[in-house]
Design a protein around this ligand. Structure first.
Ligand code: SF4
Length: 650
């Protein structure tokens, strides 16, 4: 018997989110319980997109009908988690049928939004597959105009100028692809005048897709379990297939040990309608493969002689370059290819500029196709392997790294640093929550790695910005003193003043410090983003507060009055307000002087408004200036008397 030795075991990682979601679990549980209690049950359509589960229910007497009219006498009906149109409920009620409603609450919420859209006379836009039962159900709850689109291209088609003017409610099928949803809503926000967007993608779907993507990134094989008719399962397959070889199966019977040849790490996930029993079966079968992974010396020698396998780093020489791929000689009978998408994430990079015939490249094998004699290779993954070590070190040491933001996703940003994919949660993408992250896409940003476990790498722009801010603050307080001037940027306006960033620290210019004139709101003087010259009026080091001054002493109107308007000065100025006892006249911005009723004319004036109105230009003489109490007295009568006197003198 050949001597046997054990090679390193294949690792199996099961996604935490694999299997039944809340809505499906609820529907299956409800149906099973009814069957157990002896009810005769019919489900309206297959309860879930999983033939094995439907068959197991059928074995317990649960039948499937397509229309209410098919309901046999004595049977009760279960409405599945996808929900149905309002007309179906009406029909069942007319028939007097007992209805058990397992519509998922998340779907029911969309149905309510559809009804509300109709009530408000809005156009209802549904992102989804028009033939999917969930979408048909939602459409069946709408009472107004409805349009369904499956992708951006269809959305663009239905977005006529007339539709764009309409009030629009926008919802998504719960299993709609997140990336398609993001690009669709971006378009809607741009072209529709008043859209109300409801993000109705189910978090169960989103979480499964996210985890499948992460898992596929760290495995060389993904096994996705689920019904072939299940849209969320098929989406998981597509997501995983972008990263590694992916097998879509319904049951364990479809697996063969050959599928795992050369595989070191396999990820397992399952659609939301896959029962846990099937997942268990698949895991058991895979464990058997691992148990049987003992191989003979001959097998080991044969394996070691195999020149390539997934994940191997190879050196190749470029033999041809086209805009879409590079052909590489890797010294084996197979031909190596590097697709443009496996070269770089930067869409502006052109392969013809990046490499030339004869260049030697280090690459990672991502797929071997023995039938076709080809090997798919990746430069990105080679860089990621090398970069992974650097990123881990940076995470340990708290080093700042430069990353390029590739895209905005739900919940944050995806960036690459040294070929390693890094997720930056929205909460870590900026200093202030709720900031628009779109301008960061395609930009280089400084990040710190705050979590690094395997392929799960989390970065933070905020950590870098917070450190920079802290350093600026320290520098500010070290040099701050009253009277010191700064060029600051207006960050925020409130009723009581303007907050100005003077280099890491926001100081407050109180509304009374913004202008010598009386103003009702700071926006009369400054606006957010203005760069203004301010000076420190006072510092509260203990509480970190800074009061700033903005108006300049030389602009003080009382100083101007003192120097430019000696007593007796005669000038013309507008009436700005009328009171019972006189009229106020604008002397200078910030100073209104009073012409007392007795100083208006030599004749007796009964009512000020009989002779003056706001806006009149009047000639006045400065007869009193109280700089302490900030009071100015003016006289129109004195001007008249002066004129009369000079006439007499002539
Ligand atoms: S995927 Fe979400 S919306 Fe659909 S049934 Fe499951 S929990 Fe409900």
């Amino acid at each position: 018997m050949a001597e046997r030795q054990r090679r390193k075991k294949m690792q199996i990682i099961k996604a935490k989110t694999a299997g039944f979601c809340f809505g499906v679990d609820r529907a299956v549980h409800m149906t099973e319980q009814l069957a157990e209690e002896g009810h005769r049950v019919a489900t309206l359509g297959p309860l879930i997109h999983n033939p094995q589960c439907v068959a197991s229910l059928a074995a317990r007497g649960v039948i499937t009908i397509d229309r209410p009219q098919e309901l046999p006498a004595g049977y009760e009906v279960v409405i599945r988690s996808h929900g149905v149109a309002g007309s179906v409920y009406d029909e069942l009620q007319k028939m007097g049928a007992t209805v058990h409603d397992a519509t998922c609450p998340f779907v029911a919420k969309i149905q309510r939004i559809a009804q509300q859209a109709g009530k408000e006379g809005a156009l209802l836009l549904i992102a989804g597959d028009k033939d999917h039962p969930e979408v048909r159900g939602i459409v069946g709850h709408a009472t107004g105009e409805v349009l369904v689109f499956k992708d951006l291209a269809q959305l663009e088609q239905i977005s006529t100028p007339e539709n764009c003017q309409k009030k629009a409610f926008v919802v998504a099928q719960t299993t709609f692809e997140v990336t398609k949803w993001l690009e669709s809503t971006k378009f809607i926000k741009k072209v529709y005048t008043s859209p109300r967007i409801f993000d109705t993608i189910c978090s169960a779907t989103w979480a499964r897709q996210q985890e499948a993507e992460e898992l596929a990134g760290q495995c060389d094989l993904m096994v996705v379990i689920g019904g072939r008719g299940s849209s969320n399962t098929q989406k998981l397959v597509r997501v995983a297939d972008r990263h590694c070889r992916t097998l879509a199966i319904e049951t364990a019977a479809e697996l063969s040990p050959k599928d795992f040849e050369g595989v070191r790490c396999v990820g397992v996930t399952a659609g939301a309608s896959t029962p846990s029993s099937i997942i268990e079966e698949v895991l058991n079968k895979m464990s058997e493969v691992v148990q049987n992974e003992e191989m003979s010396f001959e097998e080991m020698i044969e394996q070691s002689l195999k020149p390539i396998f997934n994940g191997k780093v190879v050196t190749g020489v470029v033999t041809a370059v086209s805009p879409s791929e590079i052909t590489v000689d890797i010294g084996t009978k197979q031909t190596g290819f590097v697709a443009a998408s496996e070269w770089s994430d930067d869409p502006t990079v052109k392969l013809e500029d990046a490499v030339k015939k004869g260049d030697e490249l280090e690459l990672v094998v991502i797929k071997v196709n023995d039938q076709e004699g080809t090997v798919a290779l990746s430069k990105k993954r080679f860089e990621a392997k090398a970069g992974q070590a650097e990123v881990e070190k940076a995470a340990e040491e708290g080093t700042v790294l430069e990353a390029t933001v590739a895209e905005q996703v739900k919940g944050g940003l995806v960036a690459y640093v040294k070929g390693v994919k890094v997720f930056i949660p929205a909460s870590q993408a900026s200093l202030r929550r709720g900031e628009d992250l779109a301008p960061l896409v395609k930009q280089k940003v400084s990040i710190k790695i705050i979590e690094c476990s395997g392929r799960r790498v989390i970065g933070s722009i905020r950590a870098v910005l917070a450190e920079e801010l802290e350093a600026k603050k320290e520098a500010f307080w070290a040099s701050a003193e009253e009277g010191r001037h700064y060029q600051g940027t207006v960050k925020n306006l409130t009723d009581y003043g303007a907050f100005v960033d003077i280099g890491g620290v926001d100081g407050l210019v109180h509304i009374s410090e913004l202008s010598w004139d009386r103003i009702k709101h700071p926006s009369e003087v400054v606006k957010v983003g203005d760069v203004i010259d301010v000076y420190i009026k006072s510092l509260d080091r203990e509480n970190g507060k800074v009061s700033l001054g903005y108006k300049k002493p030389e602009d003080n109107p009382w100083e101007r009055l003192r120097t430019e308007y000696p007593l007796g000065t005669v000038f013309t100025a507008p009436v700005v307000s009328i009171t019972k006892f006189g009229a106020f006249v604008r002397v200078l911005p910030g100073i209104d002087g009073l012409v007392h009723i007795s100083e208006i004319s030599n004749e007796r004036v009964e009512k000020v408004s009989d002779v003056l109105k706001v806006g009149d230009e009047v000639k006045v003489k400065l007869i009193e200036a109280d700089f302490e109490k900030h009071r100015v007295g003016l006289s129109m009568k004195a001007v008249l008397n002066d004129a009369a006197e000079s006439e007499d003198a002539e």
